[in-house]
Design a protein around this ligand. Structure first.
Ligand code: DGL
Length: 247
């Protein structure tokens, strides 16, 4: 099975990492729109326009399924993408909600939702979580994490002070939804900030769980061919992929 993975930049590699670990696919075609990242500060029309351009890109590859490994795009453009694609399109928000529901025993659990400005503004997670009965929800847009991850900063004083800026007034939640695929690259630091007491929900692992449940996909392919494309500086993206995915 050949799958496409789309993100605004390098963040979707965190989803590829999970797909690779679970050997779900024979071939992955990754596209990061690095020339136009971040999407999380853009408005809905722009996000939809970029997402539809990505659909056209993937039409060249005869894929069976497209995983939208970007919460911002999943929150705003999934329906439009489905309408224009001749392959299945699935997004990380629905997967993240399912994983959260399966991870928590009580509907009274306190859930912190982190995401880009656009994802938080869409209320996509809140609406779906409320439908499942969760009601202690706090959302915080933490968009500055995106450029620092794109910059290759995964720890250290800059990240510490940004976390302090965003989190200083928050109690330790039961679960934290990493509602942006860039955030797993700094998940250790986020977890440590909350004294490793919160359950972290990761779009990549959530997607693997979702693929098991909805598509009945199981570990199958010991080897996966991967091709990486980027709208700008593909070498930089490939370098992060080599390090992050241990290629
Ligand atoms: N990785 C993307 C997400 O999951 C967004 C980063 C951005 O382009 O702002 O939301």
């Amino acid at each position: 099975m050949r799958v496409g993975v789309f993100d605004s930049g390098i963040g979707g590699l965190s989803v590829v990492k999970s797909l690779k670990e679970y050997h779900l696919f024979e071939e992955i075609i990754y596209f990061g729109d690095t020339a136009r990242v971040p999407y999380g500060v853009k408005d809905q029309n722009t996000i939809i326009r970029y997402a539809l351009e990505a659909i056209e890109f993937f039409k060249n590859f005869d894929i069976d399924l497209l995983i939208v490994a970007c919460n911002t795009v999943s929150a705003y453009a999934l329906q439009e993408m489905k309408a224009h694609a001749d392959f299945d399109v699935i997004g990380v928000v629905e997967a993240g909600v399912l994983a959260t529901k399966n991870a928590l025993n009580s509907k009274d659990a306190e859930i912190l939702i982190l995401g880009t400005k656009a994802t938080i503004r869409s209320h996509a997670y809140e609406m779906q979580l409320k439908k499942h009965g969760f009601h202690h929800l706090v959302s915080r847009s933490t968009g500055l994490f995106v450029p620092i991850v794109e910059e290759g900063i995964f720890e250290g004083p800059v990240l510490q002070s940004i976390m302090q800026h965003y989190f200083h007034d928050l109690k330790t939640p039961d679960a934290i939804i990493l509602g942006c695929t860039h955030f797993p690259l700094i998940e250790k630091e986020i977890s440590r900030y909350f004294k490793n007491k919160s359950r972290l929900i990761h779009s990549g692992e959530a997607m693997v769980e979702y693929l098991h449940v909805r598509y009945n996909l199981t570990q199958n392919f010991p080897h996966c061919d991967m091709n990486f494309f980027a709208s700008e500086n593909p070498e930089a993206l490939k370098e992060v992929a080599r390090q992050w995915l241990k290629l």
